[in-house]
Each structure stands twice: as C-alpha cells, then as structure tokens.
Design a protein around this ligand. Structure first.
Ligand SMILES: Nc1ncnc2c1ncn2[C@@H]1O[C@H](COP(=O)(O)OP(=O)(O)OP(=O)(O)O)[C@@H](O)[C@H]1O
Length: 633
C-alpha cells in the first residue's frame, strides 16, 4: 500500500504526442516507478534503516492490546485486580518505547526525504539546463515554472512527510493483521473480511485519481502559462488592444482549471466518507463473530477484546495511509511531470563526447529544409555560404524565412533536411559551450538575470577575471554606468535589484557577446524595439562588437544591404538572389526593384520599399558596413 499506484493511463502521457504539440512530455507510470526505485537505491542504506526501525516500532506497538487481552482473561480466570497491577507498568513501558522508536524512525525518514528531494531538485535543474532553447520556447515558460515550483514542492512534501508516514503506517497495518491472525485465525479471517469495503473504496479512487490529478496539473500549467505570457507581453497586448482576447483566454484556462479541480474534489468527497464508514466494519464483524465463536468455546473473551482493540487500532494507520495515498496520487502526477523532462529532447552535444573541432570559420548551409513542429515547410532547400570575415545582409519580405534561417545558423533549431555546418562540423552537434564560441545570435531580446553585474556577464565566460569583464564593458560603452552603480560589478541587478533600461540591458547582452568572443554574429532585429536615443547608443556598442567578426544581418533598411559585402534575397523560404549590391542592382531582379523603389524616391519611401516587401525596423547592422556608421532613422 505504500507504493503509489498508477492505474489508468493519463490522457496526455504520450511523450511523442506532447513533443509534437510543443508541450513538455509527462512520464508514464512505469517510468515514474523506475525513477522512484532509482531514487530509493541512491540512498538505499538510509531507506533500509527507516524500514527496519519502523518495523520494530510497529512490533512494539502490538504489545498494548495483547497485554489488555491478558488482563481480561486473567481477571475472568479469578486473578483479581492484581493481574492489572502487574501488567499495567508493562503497558506503560511499551507505550514509552514505542513513542521513542517512532520519533527516531520519523527523524530518519525525514532525513531520507530531504536528501532525496535535494537529488530531485538537482536532477531537475540539470535537465532544464540541457533543454534546447527551441523546446523551452515552444513549451512556454509557464509549464516549466509550474514543474520547477509547485510540482517539485509537491514531490518534496510527499517524500518528506507522506513517505515516512506511509512506511510507519504500512508496517503497523501488516503487524496488526498478523497479530489478530496469530491471536486467533478465525477472528483474523473475520477481521480481514471486514476490510473488503476499504479495499473497494480504494480501488474505485485509484482508478480515477491519477488521470484527474494529471489533468489538474496540466490545467494549472496552462493558467500559469497564459498569465505569464500576458504579463510579459503587456506592452504588445496594450498596443494591439488584445486585452479582451487575453482576458477571455485566461477565463477559459481558469474554467478548465476549475473543472479539473472540481473533479479531484469530487473524488475526495466520495472516497473519504466511504472509508470513514468502512473502518467500523471490521471491528463490528469481529465482535459479532467473536460472540458466536465464544459461545461455541472457540475463543476466549480476552482474545475477542484484544482482536477488537487491534482492529480498532487499524483506524489510525489506515487513515494515515489513505490520506497519504491521496497525497501520493497528486504528488505522483507531479512526479510524472517532473520526471517527464527526462524524455524531453536534449541540447545536441550536451553531455556527449565532443564533436570534431571546426576546421575554420566558414559557415555552409546545404539543401536546408525546415518546418516548425507539424506546421508547413518554411524553408524549401536553402544553399548559402557565409565566408569568414564577410558582411552578409539578408533581405526579403516578411515571412520569407529570414529569422528561421538565423535560428538554424545559430543552432537554436536543427534543419529537418540538409546541413548547417561551421568549419565542416554540423552546428547542431556542437554543445552550447562550444557553439557560443563560434556563432552567436543577437536579437532584440536582452534579458537581465537576477544577480550581480558580474554574474550577468560571467554567463558567457564563467572564469573571466574582473579585468576582462571591465574590458568587455568598456568595449560596449557600459563601463561608465556600471562604475557608477553602488558596488560596481557587485551591484545586484534584475527584479528586486538595481533597475536597468533597455539600452543598458542590451549593452550587457553585447558585453556577454564580447566575452564569448564568437567569430560569427547573426543580427536579427537587435535594436528594433529600442527608442531612437537608446538605439543610437546600442548601435555604437554593436559596432564595437561587430568589428573583426563575420556578420550576417537581416537588413531592414537597404543602406545596410548597400554597405554589406554581399546581399542574399530571401523569398518564400528560398534564397532567390545572391551577390554584391552592385551586381544585384545590375541584374535587375527583385533586389534591384527594391533598391530603385527605396533609393529613387528617397529615404522617406523606405516604407514604400517596405510595402514592396522589405520589413521595417533597425537591426543596427548598418554600422557593420563601416562606411556609413549609425542608423538612419
Ligand atoms: N515559432 C514558429 N512556429 C511556427 N511557425 C513559425 C514560427 N516562427 C515563424 N514561423 C513561420 O515561418 C515562416 C517564416 O517566418 P520568419 O519569421 O522566419 O520570416 P521572416 O522573413 O524573418 O519574417 P519577418 O521579417 O516578419 O520576421 C512564417 O510563415 C512564419 O509564420
């Protein structure tokens, strides 16, 4: 009864299905059982000690009812109250020993639980860190957060409290039944028959509980996800007037969550009253049968009293077991979600033997096709070579696949077909540590992590000494404001710490790029969301970072393309034109049309170019060309 039972398969259990839908997988019942066994084995000695001590405690607990039975029989045999006086101190002594042993057993159980919880947490963090960025993006941070907080806590509480309690109570139940059977097998059988009702109630509950609790966990994740996404995208929600839609989506998620909670509440509200009633049944059966057996001289009154006391004593451990079985059901579902990360895809190269060293800095894209999850193909056979040291601008209409190509080049997604290699080695086979020394994608997202300035920078280069950190800050023009912070590099940033504005956050992100020192940078709307003043200072920082590196930039304004060494035009998931600005203008194709439209009518008509297909915004790659520093806004 101690092991969590997992009856019905959960509806969202299929790992493959979860992944296809972009969700993180949930472990199956068998995987959860195997993981639980592994955890117990990892601290097998402590677990054995907890088991042994609980068994001894339960054995000592049997002495009480037996002594009371002896008292009854001896008094009935005419020994008088002297028998009570003789046996009562033993009753007291066994109760005291039982209490001390039980306390010790509980202490050992808690220590085992805490150590195991620490193991689960460490394993969870390791697995989260090994998740590819694309998996986290598609699963949403809400699900991951719910698993790392509520689910891990539920598993921890179950291990610390429910685990030891279940062990103690299970041992007590086994020994109590054993004692009744030893006392008188007929009474034992009657007592066992009386527990059939409890068994039925438990079976009914377990058949439904796992599915219900998994559904509740998933619904909670959805609520967390939608709230987190709305809060994160509050500005966009405001700007696009999406408030009503977000509210109605939140309401739907809450309604689903409420229905899932009501379902588990219903199961509990049937199960517990049924079980409460069932406790009385074995005692009543034993007393009734005992009376009949006594009339036929098959049992003594003392034996019937002792058996009834034993069965009455069952109430407490059974109650504990059933309460914790309920807790185990919900924490079992939580464990399935926590353990599910073991089945999630891992970052290619993480924890594996290192791939071959790239021969040089050349990036080759060969026959690359790609589709997001089960969606339609968005890249249809792209071939492209990025030569070391060159500035390559990518232009094309919105939705042409420019950002997707950047993601493949930066190793965030792997191609469905074809290869993306750096120096002859597939980008996806380089672990994150090695990849960031080769290719880094700079986008408009610039997160400031909770921690000191130093922590924020050392993400890129954990062993970098302070001198190197200052050099990186100086390179991006952030040394001034960091030096002015209270504590300088020790100043706490992120939520609750020193506030940073958009351009400071971007400068920190760029300082990390300087520390990582990749040979190739990919720029995708690096400064698009900043206000013009911030964009200018960020673009200056960007110019410093770009110098001496290969740069592939999505060009939102055609002067970027003009200044680049070569221009690639992307249309409908294909590279349709590739060459220098001059050669493409001379060729009179799509790029030439865009250029004439933009150049002929002046910069004001950049939107005209946009309407012709060039996306708006400012990636800052204009600074990369060198001849025309700074953005043109
Ligand atoms: N995460 C995603 N899941 C599913 N489809 C996506 C995803 N991201 C992009 N797409 C689709 O892939 C196609 C290419 O999009 P992509 O963002 O690469 O184009 P783009 O040329 O960079 O456009 P833009 O200039 O507007 O950013 C589009 O049809 C887009 O809807």
């Amino acid at each position: 009864m101690t092991a969590p039972a997992h009856p019905a398969p959960a509806p969202r259990e299929s790992g493959a299905g979860e992944r296809e839908a972009g969700r993180l997988p949930v472990a199956g019942a068998a995987e959860v059982r195997r993981a639980a066994v592994r955890l117990v084995r990892a601290d097998g000695r402590a677990f054995g000690a907890v088991l042994a001590l609980n068994a001894v405690t339960a054995l000592v607990g049997l002495a009480g009812p037996w002594l009371v039975g002896r008292m009854v029989d001896e008094v009935r045999a005419g020994a008088g109250t002297g028998a009570v006086d003789r046996l009562a101190p033993w009753l007291l002594l066994t109760a005291l020993v039982e209490m001390l042993l039980s306390r010790w057993a509980r202490y050992l159980g808690h220590r085992f639980g805490e150590r195991t919880l620490a193991r689960i947490r460490e394993q969870f963090v390791d697995r989260v860190l090994a998740l590819p960025a694309s998996v986290v993006e598609r699963a949403g941070t809400g699900d991951l957060t719910a698993r790392g907080t509520a689910d891990v806590t539920a598993v921890g509480t179950a291990l610390r409290d429910a685990g030891p309690q279940l062990l103690i109570s299970s041992a007590q139940v086994l020994f109590l039944f054993g004692a009744v059977l030893l006392l008188n097998p007929l009474l034992g059988v009657c007592g066992l028959l009386g527990t059939v009702g409890i068994g039925c109630a438990l079976r009914w509950y377990l058949r439904r509980a796992r599915t219900a609790y998994l559904a509740e966990g998933a619904a909670n994740s959805d609520v967390a996800e939608i709230l987190a996404a709305t809060a994160e995208g509050a500005r966009t929600v405001d700007l696009l007037g999406l408030g009503r839609r977000r509210i109605s989506a939140s309401r739907e998620a809450l309604a689903t969550s409420r229905a899932a909670r009501l379902r588990t509440l219903f199961l509990r509200s049937v199960f517990f009253p049924a079980v409460d009633f069932s406790y009385v049944v074995p005692v009543a059966v034993v007393l009734t049968a005992g009376g009949v057996l006594h009339r036929h001289g098959l049992v003594s009154v003392g034996e019937v009293v002792a058996a009834a006391l034993y069965l009455r004593q069952l109430t407490e451990p059974l109650d504990t077991i059933l309460t914790h079985v309920e807790q185990l059901q919900s924490s079992g579902a939580s464990f399935a979600r926590v353990e599910g990360l073991a089945g999630a895809p891992r970052t290619e190269g993480a924890g594996r033997a290192p791939a071959a060293e790239p021969a040089d800095d050349r990036i080759d894209v060969r026959g690359v096709r790609f589709s997001y999850d089960r969606g339609e193909e968005v890249l249809h056979g792209v071939d492209l070579t990025v030569r070391p040291g060159e500035r390559l601008a990518v232009v094309g209409p919105s939705g042409a696949g420019k950002s997707t190509l950047c993601r493949l080049l930066a190793g965030i997604d792997a191609p469905s077909e074809g290869t993306v290699t750096v120096g002859g080695v597939p980008v996806s086979s380089l672990g994150p540590e090695r990849l960031r020394r080769q290719v880094v994608l700079v986008t408009q997202e610039h997160h400031v992590f909770l921690g000191t300035v130093r922590d924020n920078l050392r993400i890129a280069e954990p062993s970098a000494p302070d001198g190197e950190l200052w050099r990186a800050l100086t390179a991006v023009g952030a040394d001034g404001w960091v030096a002015a912070l209270p504590g300088g590099l020790d100043c706490l940033l992120g939520s609750g710490g020193q506030a940073t504005d958009g351009s400071q956050a971007q400068q920190l992100a760029l300082a990390r790029v300087v520390l990582a020192d990749p040979h190739t940078l990919i720029l995708d709307e690096a400064t698009a969301l900043l206000d013009p003043a911030s964009a200018r200072s960020t673009e200056r920082a960007l110019a410093a970072v770009l110098s001496g590196r290969t740069v592939l930039a999505i060009a939102h304004r055609l002067h970027t393309a003009h200044d680049a060494d070569r221009v690639a035009v992307m249309e409908e998931g294909r590279v349709t034109e590739l060459g220098t600005h001059e050669s493409l203008v001379a060729a009179g194709g799509t790029y030439a049309a865009l250029w004439h439209s933009w150049h002929g009518e002046g910069k004001v008509s950049a939107t005209g170019a946009e309407s012709a297909g060039v996306t708006g915004g400012a990636p800052g790659a204009g600074t990369a060309g060198g001849s025309r520093p700074g953005p043109v806004d």
